[in-house]
Structure formats: structure tokens, C-alpha cells
Design a protein around this ligand. Structure first.
Ligand SMILES: [Zn+2]
Length: 145
């Protein structure tokens, strides 16, 4: 009965000071990354209503620097639709300097030898979807695109 594709069937967004739409699109529309901080000191780059550490509903938004180190990555040869012209690229998990972990992608990484766990990266503003990172120290010959 409910086979339509209407988006009106979704539950309303929680009435928080921040919405997941704002969070997910903040870096695209406002060119900034949002993080959330709890009074207990927990920092996350993942949108949520309550602190996963202390459970309080006290997450306060603050802008993330977008600087950090690579915690994990994989090179994607079969891209998501949004990135179909960019493959191969790296899907990365970045541990941010201020705390929290964020996922993003790196179009400059074309092979597993182009990046290493622990390398420093930073967020770059892009018209592309997703959170895009670059190495702090560029690859030799990185202007190959
Ligand atoms: Zn907390």
C-alpha cells in the first residue's frame, strides 16, 4: 500500500537546535564543517541528539577545523553514483584534531600506495558532494587530473 516514493511519509525531524539536513548540507551550502561537543568533553562529527558518552542532551554545535589524520581508508574503484567520474578515489575515515571521527573522500588518491594510515589531511571546500580531504603534503605530480 505504501509503495510510493513520497518523502512525506518520513517521521518529522527531531526538534533540536540543529537538524540533520543542516548538518549534512552545511559543508556544501555554507562551506563549513559542524561538530558537536558535550559538557563531558566528548566531541563528535556525527550528528546526534544526545552524547553517546554521558547520555545528556547537551550537544553544542561548533565548527570543525577539518584537520586530522587518516584513521582508515579504502580505494574505491567502483564509485557511488555521485562520484562516477572520479573513480578511483579513496574513502577515508579521519580522526580530527579536535576529536571525533569523520568520513570523507579523497579524489587525489588513486591507489593504496598514495596514502598511509596516520598521514595528515585537511578538509577542502568543493562543489562535489561529500566531505573532501587533501593530504597536507601533496603527492608528487598531484596535478595529474
Ligand atoms: Zn557527554
Amino acid at each position: 500500500m505504501n509503495g510510493g516514493s513520497s518523502t512525506h511519509a518520513q517521521p518529522p525531524e527531531p526538534s533540536a537546535a540543529h537538524t540533520i539536513h543542516e548538518f549534512e548540507h552545511g559543508y556544501e551550502e555554507e562551506q563549513r564543517l559542524r561538530g558537536f561537543r558535550s559538557a563531558c568533553g566528548f566531541v563528535t562529527a556525527t550528528w546526534g541528539l544526545h552524547c553517546p558518552r554521558c547520555g545528556k542532551l547537551d550537544l553544542v554545535e561548533f565548527p570543525l577545523s577539518g584537520k586530522g589524520v587518516v584513521a582508515a581508508f579504502t580505494v574505491q574503484n567502483v564509485p557511488a553514483d555521485e562520484f562516477v567520474n572520479d573513480a578511483p578515489y579513496a574513502y577515508v575515515l579521519v580522526d580530527l584534531d579536535e576529536g571525533g571521527r569523520i568520513s570523507g573522500w579523497m579524489p587525489s588518491i588513486r591507489s593504496v600506495t598514495d596514502l598511509a594510515i596516520g598521514e595528515r589531511v585537511h578538509w577542502v571546500q568543493s562543489y562535489k558532494p561529500g566531505v573532501q580531504f587533501e593530504k597536507d603534503v601533496p603527492l608528487p605530480g598531484a596535478a595529474r587530473r
